[in-house]
Ligand binder design. Structure first.
Ligand SMILES: C[S@@+](CC[C@H](N)C(=O)[O-])C[C@H]1O[C@@H](n2cnc3c(N)ncnc32)[C@H](O)[C@@H]1O
Length: 263
């Protein structure tokens, strides 16, 4: 994986020393370990509660899958609750946006949407949560390999593994007005796979917003050069993560995308 380790982790355990007894842990390490285990247990309990809410809603007939028409969804959880419930899994290259950035992005995206807009958040669950928490659109969907996100809104979750780029429900062929994507790995092969899916699910004049590291900008000419995905223009968005120091930016395929994100 090319994304560097979060800053907080690399420094938190480096001062551990042996206390003399082979079984005794340094108290500061023990404290860290206990707080980590408590955090994980709380995260798990919140997740189970969220899942249980959806099961209860389904049993009560309030949550009908595959029905986009005219139905109000349960309110989306806040970003703070989301982050307490869905810890980052670094094996899946999960690094969540800062709340400030996610909300700024959502405000700008809502500015491009109507109630009827169909918008896909591919590999960008935090953006989906912020967007739906701000104002719910029935045509918003999150494409993700991590099935935990089904608990956010089962009807709007689309199981998606970029290693099977053609494997998605056929109803999404040419379906989306806007696609937001933050590919998990910073290389050409990942972008080729993801772009192959986007080419199939986006409308001919649809808008693509790609959020990624500036370090792979040179592959865009190969992967995103042709309509409907390109050419790409760098936007004014200042991309911020909670625990990642990478130089990220975003690019859009529409005329005037350079102004997207400007205050
Ligand atoms: C770099 S993160 C982007 C998340 C974004 N920063 C956010 O806060 O919403 C990439 C996302 O891709 C997802 N992912 C990892 N492997 C994947 C795969 N094989 N197919 C589809 N998505 C994948 C991860 O679960 C993660 O949410």
């Amino acid at each position: 994986m090319e994304i560097p380790r979060p800053r907080s982790r690399s420094s938190s355990t480096s001062s551990s020393t042996c206390s003399g007894s082979p079984l005794a842990l340094d108290p500061s390490v023990l404290e860290l370990l206990n707080s980590h285990l408590t955090e994980k247990a709380e995260e798990e309990a919140r997740f189970k509660a969220l899942e249980a809410e959806h099961v209860a809603a389904r049993l009560a007939g309030l949550d009908v899958e595959d029905d986009d028409a005219g139905r109000e969804d349960k309110p989306m959880i806040s970003l703070d609750d989301y982050k307490k419930t869905f810890g980052e899994d670094w094996q899946l290259s999960q690094f969540w946006y800062s709340n400030e950035f996610a909300d700024h992005l959502s405000t700008k995206l809502h500015g491009m949407c109507t109630r009827e807009t169909k918008i896909a958040f591919m590999c960008s669950p935090t953006a989906f949560v912020s967007f739906q928490h701000m104002k719910q659109l029935p045509g918003a969907h999150v494409f993700e390999v991590d099935s935990r996100f089904a608990a956010l809104s089962p009807r709007q979750f689309v199981p998606y593994d970029l290693d099977s780029p053609d494997d998605f429900p056929k109803k999404f062929q040419g379906f989306f007005d806007i696609v937001v994507v933050d590919p998990p790995f910073l290389n050409e092969v990942t972008n080729v796979k993801v772009s192959s899916t986007i080419r199939q699910i986006i409308k001919p004049k649809g808008k693509l917003l790609l959020i990624t590291s500036t370090s792979i900008e040179d592959i865009f000419k190969k992967v995103y050069s042709e309509p409907p995905l390109g050419p790409l223009r760098k936007t004014a968005l200042d991309v911020q993560h909670g625990q990642l120091a990478n130089d990220f930016a975003s690019w859009g395929n529409w005329d005037g995308a350079e102004e997207f994100g400007r205050d």
